[in-house]
Unconditional design. Structure first.
Ligand code: DGL
Length: 279
């Protein structure tokens, strides 16, 4: 049943398990600076990568409800793990009951849609968290949209902690980057496109690039998701008109705001003011 107590218009919500979605937010704000945004990082319960379907779904739904209560007509799950494990159920089961006028969008579909323009040979390597890889979401979406493509997925569980512990530029990072890239290519040597299917991985881009054969394309999602959101808002003027335009962004975390601020500076160019919330 529609909850008429919820505000009907407001900022665009951007949700991530923690910091990683800031790489997506940064590109969304560059592409669409005119809108107001709320970024919510569930840092107190991150990482989501190793968590079960049920837990990621429950946590993500709590975050979506919270953002709806802040007035967000539209929420972007800027987290591959949440998109892989929670998006479909929220869209199909929860939204019709919470409010059929609101929308929740993820990052997997828009990324996969672009692959036809990017890949030269149709052999895709997907790098993500354990959760994203085990969910098989990319494999299924790629098979659906590009039936002739092959998908080889590799979990890179050490990459998120490297980024979050300020080790992305260290020699230790080279070791783990090489390890997972080698593991990917040992399973399929003719991969022509690598998809960085985790929001933290763009921070390791230079190292990933340096350990990957030059002819192979390495794809980050931020600009793809930003372009897809711009396209969505153009095609849905009824939603676009409900998104407030003031160019602002509020940052919320379920953890300590000071820690969030300090780590957020790795992902964004300038310092941010953060508030604590409980889900
Ligand atoms: N943001 C998550 C993703 O894109 C990675 C971090 C986590 O495991 O919570 O998959």
């Amino acid at each position: 049943m529609t909850d008429h107590r919820l505000p009907y218009e407001g900022p665009i919500g951007v949700f991530d398990s923690g910091y990683g979605g800031l790489t997506i937010l940064r590109d969304i704000r560059r592409r669409l600076p005119q809108y107001d945004y709320i970024y919510l990082g569930d840092n107190a319960r991150a990482p989501y990568g190793p968590r079960s379907f049920d837990v990621v779904y429950r946590f993500t739904l709590e975050a979506v409800r919270y953002l709806f209560a802040q007035g967000c007509p539209l929420v972007i799950l800027a987290c591959n793990t949440a998109s892989a494990k929670a998006l479909r159920t929220i869209q199909q089961q929860d939204l019709p009951e919470i409010d059929p006028e609101r929308r929740v969008l993820g990052v997997i579909r828009p990324t996969v849609e672009c692959l036809a323009d990017i890949s030269t040979g149709g052999n895709i390597g997907v790098l993500g968290t354990y959760g994203t890889v085990r969910s098989g979401s990319y494999d299924m979406e790629i098979a659906k949209l590009h039936p002739s493509f092959t998908t080889t997925s590799q979990a890179c569980p050490m990459w998120v902690p490297l980024v979050e512990n300020h080790e992305a530029d260290s020699p230790g990072a080279d070791y783990f980057v090489e390890k997972y890239i080698d593991a990917l290519f040992s399973r399929r040597a003719d991969i022509d496109t690598i998809l960085l299917a985790c929001t933290h991985f763009p921070l390791l881009y230079d190292k990933i690039r340096s350990h990957t054969p030059q002819a192979v394309r390495v794809v980050c999602q931020g600009e793809i998701v930003a372009d897809s959101l711009a396209d969505y808002l153009t095609r849905h003027p009824e939603m676009e008109s409900r998104c407030h335009k003031g160019g602002t962004c509020r940052y919320l975390t379920t953890e300590n705001p000071e820690s969030f601020s300090s780590l957020a500076s790795i992902f964004l160019d300038s310092p941010v003011e953060v508030n604590h919330i409980d889900l």
